[in-house]
Ligand binder design. Structure first.
Ligand code: ZN
Length: 98
């Protein structure tokens, strides 16, 4: 996966079976997020899914600052339990509606 250019939108990751490698250059923490879930999460919130600005809605797990880079990765997500059930999504959409 050399050409980063083909991953301009979060939807491109899921389409190509890639996940999101999110890098925090503040503390060097790296996390892998499930592309499909992140994409759905952004769409639920009505957020822009452009990869170049997607990190603005994220926070580093370790230092709580904004991560700085998002790259495609074939690796499995670190936290498969995140938004792992239909209940999580129901709760989210209910919360957003209010
Ligand atoms: Zn960090």
């Amino acid at each position: 996966m050399a050409a980063n250019i083909s991953f301009k939108d979060l939807r491109d990751f899921a389409k190509r079976d890639a996940n999101l490698l999110v890098i925090c250059s503040n503390c060097d923490h790296k996390g892998v997020l499930d592309a499909e879930k992140v994409c759905r999460y952004y769409l639920c919130h009505g957020w822009n899914t452009a990869t170049s600005i997607a990190h603005l809605h994220m926070r580093c797990h370790v230092c709580k600052r904004r991560p700085t880079e998002i790259h495609p990765t074939p690796n499995k997500p670190d936290r498969p339990q995140w938004m792992g059930s239909q209940q999580d999504w129901t709760r989210l959409t209910r919360k957003l509606r209010n």
